[in-house]
Design a protein around this ligand. Structure first.
Ligand code: DGT
Ligand code: CA
Ligand code: CA
Ligand code: ZN
Length: 588
């Protein structure tokens, strides 16, 4: 198992123990264990298991070390299987509903006999949940909304979770001697924020051993199809994965077809027809004549001169369209006119703003975050811990903020790290649009991110006016997570994005593309038009630990989907240039 999968199991164990009402220390040991596993390098885990030194890692005791070892080597854990079996499946399922954690589930079971989602829904609809001590109307409404959302979301996965599952599968396929080419396709390749299922394509003349490996690989929970041209499995993480086995001469056509999107494919096929060609997953053949597209493609197959997607687009008179842009939103017209943007790339990113430390709700210290940013090759790291109104996130008051600024200045002056640290804050936007800190406090910082963390239920007009007021504050540098959405968990608050974008452009305020995998907010669908009108983007990982810093890469995927170029993303600028820009803004 990979470290992400091990961490996932450990977290699950913590949750299940909590559901059983076990000792809090035991629960915390698993939660901490999960975080530690995530923070270690994959090689270090393997090495420490091999030489039996996992216990030397702070926070990992004997019992935990043994379990991590078992998971890593066998992909299974007897203890976990038994624990799961000891709890009614209906209770475990209740955990999927946002707004109900283990404690609430225990109360609901004890007092109302709730042990399934159906019973919980009935109890909410009868008002019994609202009447319970510690629940109330609001919490009952939230649970009902959680039940509705679960149905809507249950079949999809965060892009980064899907990618973490897909990476080792792709590597495994590529390592097989029968595999000539292997790629992933579908929404994962297009970098959609959520992914329904994984689509793998393999070019081979010997499909059988490849399909056999695919259905027997580690992490497979269930095999749903196993043939010579296609195999499907469900992985432990719940995601479904399809493998298509393709004759080499058809591979490029299949890759393009199964990358999608459907809308893009429909437009491409239409364009091909205009040129007298019929396009399908099997090939590109004359539209005229006898036989199906498949038969014709098979006959033409061995003679095709199209061996890359570039060549396929070229055949249709188009520049290569990067997968992220294949949504049927004007990319074909742009490719025809040679007007596709040069999209921002991961290698362009020089720094990251909006990151947290242990001063507020982060898990790593300032020095640890700086060391990690340096290891990622970043020239600058912006710290933006929460402000005082975010009490649950241990937001900083004026004094603690001043202390942090002094600490950062000292760290920069010490020359200990090559990465420069900018002082900042993620300042709460109060319900009326004022900021959580006074002007003189904000003026003392290098930059200010403003975000909504409270009063989500305001009307659309109030929320829009509130955010615009914050954006117009002369100390504001960036607007954080525009809608506050959490993918697959909760919708964003109601806000008129167009008006906020206009206000940001007018005030020369940057809007962030929050790169946390469950946010990716502001949404990619809004960026193209906004950036054309002059809005600048900062790809901000909103990291709460050292591992989270690398999420800027996920953000780059979303930025590419939004047609953004390097110039439109300020975090591609050098340290010197960003310093000039920050001081310039203050004077202006
Ligand atoms: P997902 O899995 O829901 O996140 O989204 P996709 O885009 O990965 O969709 P999926 O897995 O159903 O199919 C992969 C690609 O195959 C899809 O993007 C386009 C192509 N495709 C599948 N079915 C059709 C179809 O009926 N018509 C067309 N034109 N293309 C299709
Ligand atoms: Ca898919
Ligand atoms: Ca699929
Ligand atoms: Zn935030």
């Amino acid at each position: 198992m990979t470290k992400a999968e091990i961490a996932h199991v450990l977290t699950e164990i913590g949750t299940l123990l909590e559901l059983k009402g076990e000792n809090p220390f035991k629960i915390r040991a698993y939660q901490t264990g999960a975080r530690i596993v995530e923070s270690l390098a994959e090689e270090e885990i393997a090495r420490r298991i091999a030489d039996d030194t996992l216990e030397e890692v702070k926070g990992i005791g004997e019992a935990l070390a043994q379990k991590i070892g078992e998971l890593h080597t066998t992909g299974k854990l007897g203890f976990y299987e038994k624990l799961k079996a000891s709890i009614p499946a209906g209770l475990v399922e209740l955990l999927q509903i946002s707004g109900v954690g283990p404690k609430k589930i225990r109360a609901l079971q004890a007092k109302l006999g709730v042990d399934s989602i159906a019973k919980l829904q009935a109890a909410c609809e009868s008002g019994a949940v609202a009447a319970l001590e510690g629940f109330g109307e609001k919490s009952q409404e939230k649970i009902l909304e959680g039940i509705r959302n679960r149905e809507k979301y249950s079949r999809r996965h965060l892009w980064s979770d899907a990618f973490a599952t897909a990476e080792p599968i792709l590597a495994g396929l590529r390592a097989l001697p029968q595999v000539l080419r292997a790629e992933h396709a579908g929404s994962l390749r297009r970098k959609m924020e959520t992914v329904g299922d994984l689509d793998f394509l393999v070019a081979t003349t010997e499909p059988k051993p490849v399909a056999d490996w695919f259905v027997a690989q580690a992490g497979v929970k269930e095999v749903t199809a196993h043939g010579e041209t296609k195999a499907s499995v469900r992985m432990q993480s719940g995601i479904q994965a399809d493998l298509r086995l393709i004759p080499p001469e058809q591979f490029v056509f299949a890759l393009h077809h199964f990358t999608g999107s459907k809308d893009h494919n429909v437009q491409m096929r239409h364009r091909a027809l205009g040129l007298g060609l019929s396009m399908s997953e099997w090939g590109l053949v004359p539209a005229e004549g006898e036989g199906t597209a498949k038969e014709k493609a098979e006959q033409a197959g061995r003679k095709t001169d199209i061996t890359s997607e570039e060549a396929l687009f070229k055949k249709l008179g188009l520049a290569f369209v990067p997968p992220e842009l294949r949504e049927g939103l004007g990319e074909i017209e742009a490719a025809e006119k040679g007007e596709l943007p040069a999209l921002v790339e991961v290698a362009d990113i020089r720094g990251v703003f909006h990151n947290h430390t242990t001063a507020s709700d982060g898990h790593n210290t300032l020095e640890e975050m700086t060391a990690a940013a340096q290891a990622l090759g970043l020239e600058y790291l912006g710290i933006a811990d929460h402000s005082k109104s975010s009490v649950q996130a241990r937001g900083l008051d004026e004094q603690r903020l001043a202390d942090q600024v002094a600490e950062i200045r000292k760290l920069n002056a010490s020359g200990k790290f090559k990465t420069h640290v900018f002082t900042g804050t993620e300042c709460d936007i109060l319900p009326d649009g004022r900021l959580d800190f006074a002007d003189d406090v904000l003026a003392g910082l290098d930059y200010v991110v403003v975000s909504v963390h409270s009063a989500f239920k305001q009307s659309r007009d109030d929320m829009t006016a509130r955010i615009i007021r914050a954006v117009e504050n002369p100390h504001t540098t960036m607007l954080g997570h525009l809608t506050g959405r959490l993918l697959l968990q909760r919708e964003g608050y109601e806000v008129d994005a167009e008006k906020v974008i206009d206000a940001a452009i007018a005030s020369k305020v940057v809007i962030e593309l929050n790169a946390s995998p469950w946010r990716l907010d502001m949404d990619w669908r809004l960026w193209r038009k906004a950036a054309e009108r002059g809005l600048l983007c900062a790809i901000n990982p909103d990291a709460h630990d050292t591992a989270g810093l690398a999420d800027f890469r996920t953000g780059v995927g979303a930025a590419r989907k939004g047609w953004l170029t390097k110039e439109q993303v300020i975090t591609t600028r050098s340290l010197a240039s960003i310093k000039r820009w920050l001081t310039g803004r203050k004077k202006g």
